[in-house]
Design a protein around this ligand. Structure first.
Ligand code: AQP
Length: 333
């Protein structure tokens, strides 16, 4: 009975590793506001960004910017715990323990590791390999029930579940085993330049729309978005990935079904489709940008919010960490 009434815990995060994209927004961020009746934690995953070389000043700037974006997108920082991962040392501490319960073989199967190793062949560091263990720690520290993510992170949530189940199998029910929350239709927004690949914030600027892009940049980028040569507006991600990506963005932002969007666009040219997508994106992002500008202008208030929320997060994380230390046999005072 008690369990049935327990509020669900929701956890997710985004890395401040570049300009936050429309892909991050549609695939993840937008869904963070759906869990009104749960206890939600949303972190700025700054430790994760170090797996790829960062410019330190840029990283600091982007971290504060991402905090302001979270709030501007509708996350109330009094209701949701919005905090910086590196401000809660328990993330790194639990990661060490979980490293000892994770196998090299399972980590080497992670597609993100394979992709990023190719992308950063001169810096295939241990942190990049270990990324999923830190992510498992993020999630498990808070006894998380639900993890809203884009589909590219599904494999990482699965390995997190495996680690939790393995640990629980040895020591009893220490961790809640989380479920991913991945709305199918919007799980993956594709690159504007190579619509077979996902849109990523660490790719060149013209391949993505950033949440903070100006209207003229949004129009310019969408005008140049790669489509195809058959000229028909049809949803078919296999043979028409560029057009299908534009249709996905349009239907999500207009809150229509794909069928409605396609029939509204039927018979029009790609130019009209791109114009419609531009208008929808600008209409969605303008109010977010207005709120963002107000929030980022008051750095003291933003920092105070992050300080307060890091303490709230740490208080919760410590409970799990203490339990884990005890279970594995670390000497307690
Ligand atoms: N293109 C996308 N479509 C849908 N969802 C996406 N996400 C990322 N790209 C898309 C989701 O956004 C959340 C934050 O991701 P992250 O910052 O932790 O890392 P990522 O998945 O590696 O995102 P990027 O933008 O591709 O960053 P970089 O370039 O730094 O690696 C996640 O929930 C992710 O699924």
């Amino acid at each position: 009975m008690e369990n049935a009434e327990k509020r669900k815990v929701v956890f997710s995060g985004i890395q401040p590793s570049g300009n936050i994209t429309l892909g991050n927004y549609i695939g993840a961020l937008r869904n963070f506001t759906l869990f009104d009746d749960a206890d939600c934690l949303y972190c700025l995953a700054d430790l994760h960004t170090l797996t790829v070389r960062q410019n330190p000043a840029e990283l600091r700037r982007r971290t504060a910017s991402l905090a302001a974006i979270y709030v501007a997108c509708g996350l109330d920082p009094d209701k949701n715990i919005i905090y910086c991962q590196s401000h809660v040392p328990a993330h790194a501490e639990l990661a060490w323990i979980l490293n000892c319960y994770t196998y090299m073989g399972e980590l080497s199967r992670m597609t993100q590791f394979k992709d990023k190793s190719q992308k950063h062949a001169d810096n295939i560091n241990a942190g990049l390999f270990d990324y999923p263990v830190l992510m498992a720690s993020d999630i498990l520290l808070y006894q998380t029930d639900i993890v809203p993510v884009g589909v590219d992170q599904k494999q990482h949530v699965e390995i997190c579940r495996d680690i939790a189940q393995r640990f629980n199998g040895i020591y009893g029910d220490v961790f809640t085993v989380p479920e991913p929350y991945i709305p199918k239709a919007t799980a993956k927004i594709m690159s504007l330049a190579e619509p077979e690949r996902k849109m990523s914030k660490s790719d060149p600027e013209d391949t993505y729309i950033a949440i903070l892009d100006k209207p003229e940049d949004i129009r310019r980028k969408l005008k140049r978005a790669v489509t195809d040569s058959d000229g028909e507006i049809r949803f078919d991600p296999e043979t028409k990935p560029g057009v299908s990506n534009l249709l996905t963005i349009l239907s999500v932002l207009k809150k229509e079904t794909m069928k409605e969007t396609v029939s509204a666009m039927q018979g029009l040219g790609y130019g009209a489709l791109k114009e419609a997508v531009s208008e929808a994106v600008i209409a969605e992002l303008t109010p977010i940008q207005q709120r963002y500008n107000e929030i980022i202008a008051d750095k003291d208030a933003l920092n105070a919010m992050l300080g307060r929320n890091a303490e709230r997060a740490y208080a919760l994380a410590r409970r799990t960490l203490r339990k884990v230390y005890k279970k594995v046999g670390l000497y307690q005072l």
